[in-house]
Design a binder for this molecule. Structure first.
Ligand SMILES: [Zn+2]
Length: 206
């Protein structure tokens, strides 16, 4: 059991503004914390950055905000009612694309897909990634360093308040595909961490 207890005080520095206090307390077994962080696709880099920011030099204070988990509409150019999506999609794809779920790592065959081809949105068939931009991130999720031009859109995801992330959606049906992080390989330095069950694959030879 590892106990992490951090208390961040005096976050608000504006004069005559009441001192704000934010208390972050995690009391979880270490393996659970580790799996959770990997499950979020964030890894330890994000957490390290959070704590670096909090304890950073020059009196840099935490900028953690209580991000609203504003649920932007998932109505896109390809649009169906929730009932229709239910019928159209496999249960796993529905849970990810329409409810922003996350599959278990190493659960999708697309994680190991090595052929040349295009990864498409499982909801609408929109082209989202090319095989040339896929890399082995070791996370257990299909990972890419660049999307197809116009394939995806990015929105802010504040559903985990102390771990703000950038959500990746299909630009055509607004289906949730995964998240993007800043710890990817060159040339972009980005890691688009995708759910395989939210995508399909079309081999070039097919
Ligand atoms: Zn789509």
């Amino acid at each position: 059991m590892v106990r992490i207890r951090s208390r961040f005080a005096s976050l608000g520095q504006a004069p005559a503004v009441k001192t704000q206090q934010l208390q972050v307390q995690l009391v979880v077994p270490y393996p659970v914390l580790r799996v959770f962080l990997q499950h979020t696709g964030a890894g330890f880099v994000v957490v390290r950055n959070i704590f670096t920011n909090l304890a950073g030099p020059e009196g840099k204070k935490a900028t953690l905000k209580a991000l609203s988990s504003a649920e932007e509409s998932r109505e896109g150019k390809v649009s169906h009612s929730d009932e229709e999506w239910h019928k159209l999609l496999a249960p796993a794809a529905y849970r990810i694309l329409r409810q922003a779920g996350t599959e278990l790592p190493f659960s999708s065959p697309l994680e190991k897909e090595k052929r040349k081809g295009t990864f498409v949105c499982a909801g609408c068939g929109h082209h989202v990634y090319r095989s040339e931009t896929k890399f082995d991130s070791g996370t257990g999720w299909p990972s890419f360093w660049k999307p197809v031009d116009g394939g995806i859109k990015q929105t802010r995801d504040g559903s985990i308040k102390f771990l703000p992330r950038t959500e990746v959606r299909c630009s055509q049906c607004e289906g949730h595909l995964g998240h993007v992080f800043n710890d990817g390989p060159p040339p972009t330095g980005l890691r688009f961490c995708m759910n395989g069950a939210a995508m399909g694959f079309k081999a070039d030879s097919a």
